[in-house]
Design a protein around this ligand. Structure first.
Ligand SMILES: [Zn+2]
Length: 302
């Protein structure tokens, strides 16, 4: 890929994810929390749209009645009734929406949720929901850890800005209620009521790109820095979506597990390593903010 070898490139792996959560001491250095984030959700939405938008559903199979919580199968059964059409698949924050001609379902991928083309007669391991299309093709919702959930969507999620839109971000960043906040910039960016679906990794990568230290107070950040950050966030996310998109293409439209994403970070997970910014001699530092790891370069991030 032409990236410097010091990049922290990680191939997400289900068992590494499991180990990291089951055994917190692994968190120290070697394992990085990997779960579906906005780029993965966006990639699934695009792949599902490309493959199944406009298609008619023949039948849905709920292979179990609960995931993280109980499924409202009566109502979901109406949204996915035989004969409904898939109108659109899209992302709302970090969740995926399936809009059919009968309603909308909101799907959270949790820790390990994914969509894949399936054979309805031979369910894959951990395939909990199977959507069979007229014509016989099918796709399934697969979730080994069952932290995902599927529920009826009655209204859009409440958030003010979409992280893929620089324009909506700068509008939020320059609003008085945002700028007067005494919180750290990292805490503010992770506030899901403000920005829909920005996770820890992408916040830290964007702050690195914009040369802003994650601990800085929102009220101390200059207007020009907000401008840089509003462009940096969509750029970082698009890069990840592109990586996911190329993976998806090799998996016939959809991919099976988050284990197929190759994530390359400039700062995340690189504690103790040299800063990658040309001309900077800083060493990446790891600190804890509100119980979660933060990484930054003390030299070039002010
Ligand atoms: Zn640096």
């Amino acid at each position: 890929m032409g990236l410097p070898s010091e990049f922290a490139c990680v191939t997400p792996n289900f068992w590494l994810t499991f180990a990291e959560h089951a055994l917190p001491y692994f968190r120290k250095k070697r394992y990085i929390r990997l779960m579906p984030e906005l780029p993965e959700v966006e990639s699934f939405a695009r792949a599902l749209n490309a493959s199944y938008r406009g298609r008619t559903l023949k039948r849905v199979l709920f292979r179990r009645r609960d995931l993280r919580t109980a499924l409202d199968i009566d109502t979901l059964g109406k949204i996915f009734a035989p004969g409904v059409r898939f109108v659109r698949f899209f992302r709302d924050g970090k969740q995926l929406v399936i809009r059919t001609s009968a309603g909308e379902a909101l799907i959270s991928l949790g820790m390990s949720g994914a969509f894949a083309p399936v054979d309805p007669k031979r369910p894959k391991p951990h395939e909990h929901i199977t959507f069979i299309l007229s014509g016989g093709e099918a796709f399934g919702f697969i979730d080994p850890r069952r932290f995902g959930h599927v529920r009826v969507r009655t209204a859009p999620l409440p958030h003010l800005a979409d992280p893929l839109s620089a324009r909506s971000l700068i509008r939020l960043f320059l609003s008085p209620e945002w700028r007067e906040s005494r919180r750290s910039v990292k805490a503010a960016l992770l506030d899901q009521h403000m920005i829909g679906g920005l996770g820890n990794i992408y916040v830290l990568e964007s702050l690195y790109g914009a040369k802003i230290r994650p601990t800085r107070r929102v009220s101390r950040i200059r207007k020009s820095e907000w401008g840089t950050l509003s462009r940096e966030i969509p750029m970082v996310l698009r890069r990840a979506i592109k990586a996911g998109g190329s993976t998806i293409a090799t998996y016939r439209g959809l991919h099976r597990e988050i284990g197929t994403f190759q994530l390359c970070h400039r700062v995340y997970g690189r504690a103790g390593k040299r800063c990658l910014r040309p001309g900077c001699s800083g060493v990446i530092k790891r600190i804890t903010q509100s119980g979660r790891g933060s990484f930054y370069c003390p030299k070039c991030q002010q």
